[in-house]
Design a protein around this ligand. Structure first.
Ligand code: SAM
Ligand code: SF4
Length: 473
């Protein structure tokens, strides 16, 4: 979840002048990856095409994450490097603009331009739709800071990617359906940086998803900070939740797979659980963070559920979809966490049998209630607990991978592998699957038999009648 990634921002197809180049460096979660693409689409309309490094660019955007660690400090040190680059380019008479977007932009605001004068733009996550205008103002010499939460929906003002651009991005796509969070877990900055929970309307989501599938996307992952809090109205005006949205999207021609992330245990309602039973396109994988197995710590975290309530919701989901793989997020070393509390977390992990998980040391975030709590856990204790938790989670992940050996399953071919002729696909349970024999093209859903399982990938061969369906282009 926290893999810092450098991704391109889109394609300048349809650009007015090919001369301008943008590099977007994306930190953090999938929602930032999606936002970077949408900003890239908006900048394509301004004549910018994406490039792969700051060195080649006339405009660099750091799309930042503020969830853990010294995120802001990392951004400031990257900005120091960019300032030097800007001086060199300016000396050569070249344009070079620097923008900071994302949650650090929101949290730090004007402080960023005070600390690093080379920055031309600071744009919070709710004002991306003004990025084109901000770039025009910055090119005219203004320093732009936009961190308010405007009344208008930014997504209504952001252009959709052209089919050619979508196709280039691959056969899987993200679609943000919900933003912000009202849960206020005491460790988390999201409610402050992304604001209150907002659900995008059903009709817009169907339109965007249709655009994706018509361009050749086969798998869509619905995104939200608290995605299962999504709510809207169906065509008849009746209220629906995420289950209803998934049922609607499942009807789209050409769409083979649906996923969603990230969910809160309290918002797993009956209809959503029933969708896991009813919809073959909804993949049997659920990322459901729990954070801790201790009720005392869950209360201090303001998680609004107990460990047993989490066990109970997983039991209901498994009753609806027995083969579902459960993933989660965990925090060790929250203030006041004792050895006994930590043992409760290990017990929960064993009880659930998480097939996959992300685990973190607690990182106090300025402005959150957790940071003000007494009894902060020493770093050395956090390190030791994290190692023990990760050892257990890795053991379970490997066991889950091995349990698939000999199984025949459909995989979606996503990209070429490192070796010639090799292809990488994804299992229904989100495992990476490597195939060394000819089996189909990127975008095909093919049937394979798993022969081996490594710690992070499965290895497979074509099953006897391997091609279930050709790509719809
Ligand atoms: N909305 C999700 C949920 O309900 O848990 C998760 C959102 S957050 C972007 C992703 C994960 O980062 C969290 O589940 C949590 O495990 C971790 N996280 C958030 N704040 C943290 C902090 N202050 N220190 C360590 N990890 C943190
Ligand atoms: Fe943060 Fe998730 Fe809690 Fe919301 S539910 S406050 S996003 S951890």
């Amino acid at each position: 979840m926290d893999a810092s990634t450098d991704r391109d921002a889109g394609d300048g197809a349809g650009s007015v002048a090919p001369a301008k180049r943008v590099f977007v460096k994306t930190y953090g979660c999938q929602m930032n990856v999606y936002d970077s693409q949408r900003m890239g689409d908006a900048l394509a309309a301004e004549g910018y095409r994406p490039v792969d490094s700051a060195d080649e660019a006339d405009l660099v955007l750091l799309n930042t994450c503020h969830i853990r660690e010294k995120a802001a400090e990392k951004v400031y040190s990257e900005l120091g490097r960019l300032r030097d680059m800007k001086q060199e380019k300016r000396a050569d008479g070249r344009e070079f603009l620097i923008g900071v977007t994302g949650c650090v932009a929101q949290a730090e605001g004007p402080e960023i331009v005070r600390r690093q004068k080379a920055v031309d733009m600071v744009i919070g996550p709710q004002t991306y739709h003004r990025i084109g205008e901000a770039v025009r103002r910055a090119r005219a010499g203004e320093t732009v800071v936009e961190t308010d939460f405007p009344a208008e929906d930014k997504f209504d003002h952001l252009p959709m990617a052209k089919p050619k651009v979508t196709r280039k991005r691959g056969v899987t796509a993200f679609l943000t359906v919900q933003e912000g969070c009202d849960k206020f877990c005491t460790f988390c900055v999201v409610p402050y940086t992304r604001g209150a929970e907002v659900s995008r309307p059903l009709a817009r989501l169907v339109e965007e998803a249709r655009g994706l599938t018509e361009a050749g996307v086969r798998e869509i992952t619905l995104l939200g900070q608290n995605v299962n809090a999504w709510h809207g109205e169906d065509a008849a005006g009746s209220p629906i939740g995420l289950g209803g949205l998934l049922r609607t999207l499942a009807e789209l021609p050409g769409l083979e797979r649906l996923r969603y992330t990230t969910s809160h245990p309290r918002d797993m309602d009956d209809d959503l659980i029933a969708a896991h039973r009813d919809l073959p396109v909804l993949m049997p994988y659920l990322h459901l963070p729990v954070q801790s197995g201790s009720d005392r710590i869950l209360k201090a975290m303001n998680r609004k559920h107990t460990a047993d309530e989490y066990r109970a919701v997983i039991a209901r989901i498994r009753a609806a979809r027995p083969d579902i793989a459960i993933s989660g997020d965990f925090i060790v070393g929250f203030p006041g966490e004792t050895d006994t509390d930590f043992e409760e977390t290990l017990r929960l992990v064993r009880d659930i049998g998480h097939a996959q998980a992300f685990s973190f040391k607690y990182s106090p975030r300025p402005g959150t209630p957790g940071a003000e709590l007494p009894d902060h856990v020493p770093e050395a204790v956090k390190d030791e607990r994290l190692q023990r938790l990760q050892a257990l989670l890795t053991e379970q992940q490997i066991a889950f991978g091995r349990s698939k050996i000999g199984e025949t399953m459909d995989i979606l071919l996503e990209k070429p592998g490192r070796k010639p002729g090799q292809l990488i696909g994804r299992s229904p349970w989100l495992q990476s699957v490597v195939i060394d024999q000819p089996i189909g093209e990127i975008g095909d859903l093919v049937t394979v038999t798993v022969t081996e399982a490594g710690p992070n990938s499965l290895f497979a061969v074509p099953a006897s009648s391997h091609m279930r369906q050709k790509r719809v282009s």
